[in-house]
Write a protein that binds this ligand. Sequence first.
Ligand SMILES: Nc1nc2c(ncn2[C@@H]2O[C@H](COP(=O)(O)OP(=O)(O)OP(=O)(O)O)[C@@H](O)[C@H]2O)c(=O)[nH]1
Length: 111
Amino acid sequence: MGPIWPSYYGNCHSLLFMVDAANPTQLSASCVQLLGLLSAEGLAEASVLILFNKIDLPCYMTVEEMKSLIRLPDIIACAKQNISTAEISAHKGTGLAGVLHWLQDTHRTDS
Ligand SMILES: Nc1nc2c(ncn2[C@@H]2O[C@H](COP(=O)(O)OP(=O)(O)OP(=O)(O)O)[C@@H](O)[C@H]2O)c(=O)[nH]1
């Protein structure tokens, strides 16, 4: 789907970027896609929430280790956007209330 994402940038105020936290083999590809989004002109003003999903599943790597591997603190420090992160399980519902709060806060700030 990545190639068609730019057609949605036009009216985008908030961006939810989902990382599969149960499958670190996809991490480098996710990181490349994230860097592409963060450097897109049309998303310069967007607020970004990076979701580490599937935390209910066992994994040989912790979310902290994944963040460190892709140097997420450096990415956040260098990005134009305001970036937050959250650990969730869409399956179990863990952390979803926090995502809704983030969306509400982001839209309140926008208006
Ligand atoms: N255990 C668990 N399963 C989930 C969660 N979120 C989605 N899934 C399941 O994961 C399966 C694949 O969903 P995704 O990984 O979102 O789909 P996808 O991105 O098209 O799949 P991939 O390209 O293979 O990663 C589905 O059966 C979902 O129900 C979660 O938080 N926990």
